[in-house]
Ligand binder design. Structure first.
Ligand code: HOZ
Length: 430
């Protein structure tokens, strides 16, 4: 595979952008290569600047549930851009998207749009603190809620991938208010939440973890979390930045029938443009300025282009049968993938729910951060490079999800499986 142009861009980028990338997860450091620079993407095919084409299973880390450059999204952007790209004043598209989001997500009575998932989660915990008058935030080891100070404690995503234990620049005075406990561990959850000395304002959780690789929750764990938080007056926040509009129209909360007090969204609701949102119970949301004293603001919040792209995408996923078709395609693919892995001598565990999955290179079930960390990252790196070489674009980290989109054709998925089989044969020999 020729990568000369990507190499040239990367060399230039490293002079002016830290690490040559604008988000560390793109760097490919943990998989032993340099990033490819993208020229374009259409459907499920992504094309680099050297003209190499790949079947894309990253989907811009989640938003591209319809595939890239979906005609409805492109048309919405073309119609909206000539009317102005930012007003700093309310516009009708914000209302339309807010109505659609509240109508789709079972627990959301009101929603505030922001510009990223990180903004959504940091605003949600501020709101929870303002509402309860308490201080501490409980999160789970290996979950990632963006890069705000409070969340960089045993965090997933790029933080695990790069092996960063805790980030310099995050004051101890801030992280002392974050308590991180194991995922899927109901007993520790109960003893922590019942400790009155801790002054807990909220629990924030990915209802399906997607940032230590995909880890599906025990239903009993989620239900216990809901019961305890309700009993103890603690705000329960679901970070559905990945799972929102991915696992069902109403996200993981619809799929599991467990409703949080607040929900954070991002990715799909922006149709591939920069968006986040947080919302939920009206009595909590009414504490946000200007209705209440909890301050949060943003020049580009509710940006018309992002709203238009999000609306176009949500209208397609709301069509009857959309999630059923995606589920069938994903389960067919995952069964074949598990079959290929099982037939090889390479130990793997495939975790999947809906159209998100991770193939962990380990022989024991992956149910939390500790078990995820046992995966063989060297072997994943080799698999990643072999797949890339044969035309499949996977996440450059063992601890991320692979996404199936509505745009993946049967032929593309078949091809990806053939390439996977060939990669596993090489792994078995090495
Ligand atoms: N949170 C995403 C990975 N799980 C990607 C966002 C990023 O860090 O660039």
């Amino acid at each position: 595979m020729k990568t000369e142009k990507s190499s040239q861009y990367f060399n230039k980028a490293c002079q002016v952008i830290p690490g040559g990338v604008n988000s560390p997860v793109r760097a490919c450091k943990s998989v032993g290569c340099d990033p490819l620079f993208v020229a374009s993407a259409k459907g499920s095919i992504i094309t680099d600047v050297d003209g190499n084409e790949f079947i894309d299973f990253v989907g811009s880390w989640g938003p591209m549930i319809l595939g890239h450059a979906h005609p409805d999204v492109v048309a919405a952007l073309s119609e909206t851009a000539p009317l102005g790209t930012s007003f700093g004043a309310p516009c009708p598209l914000e209302v339309e998207l807010a109505e659609l989001v509240c109508d789709s997500v079972p627990s959301m009575e009101k929603v505030r749009f922001v510009s990223s998932g990180t903004e959504a989660t940091m605003s949600a915990i501020r709101l929870a603190r303002g509402f309860t008058g308490r201080n501490k935030v409980v999160k789970f080891d290996g979950c990632y809620h963006g890069h705000a100070d409070s969340f960089l404690v045993k965090a997933g995503s790029g933080v695990i991938t790069l092996g960063i234990p805790g980030s310099p620049g995050v004051p101890n005075d801030i992280v002392k208010n974050t308590i991180s406990i194991p995922y899927n561990d109901s007993a520790t959850l109960e003893s922590t939440l019942r400790d009155e000395t801790l002054d807990i304002a909220c629990v924030i959780v990915e209802p399906v973890a997607g940032n230590m690789g995909v880890v599906v929750p025990d239903m009993a764990f989620l239900q216990k979390m809901r019961e305890l938080t309700r009993e103890l007056g603690i705000v329960l926040i679901f970070d559905e930045v990945i799972t929102g509009f991915r696992l069902a129209l109403g996200g993981a909360q619809e799929r599991f029938a467990v409703l949080p007090d607040l929900t954070c969204l991002g990715k799909i609701i922006g149709g591939g443009l920069p968006v986040g949102a947080y919302g939920g119970r009206k009595d909590i949301m009414d504490n946000i300025a200007p209705d209440g004293p909890v301050y949060q603001a943003g020049t580009l919040s509710g940006n018309p282009l992002a709203m238009a792209a999000g609306l176009a995408m949500l209208k397609v996923v709301r069509e009857p049968g959309f999630y059923q078709r995606l589920e069938e395609k994903s389960s067919w693919f995952a069964e074949r993938l598990a079959g290929i892995a099982g037939a090889s001598s390479v130990p793997t565990v495939l975790n999947r729910i809906g159209s998100m999955m991770t193939c962990f290179f380990t022989d024991a079930p992956v149910t939390d951060f500790e078990s995820a960390m046992k995966a063989d990252t060297q072997r994943y790196g080799k698999h990643f490079r072999q797949m890339l070489e044969s035309g499949v674009w996977l996440a450059p980290s063992q601890f991320e999800a692979a996404f199936i989109s509505a745009a993946h054709t049967e032929e593309e998925l078949e091809n990806a499986l053939v390439m996977t089989e060939s990669s596993f044969k090489k792994l078995a020999k090495s």
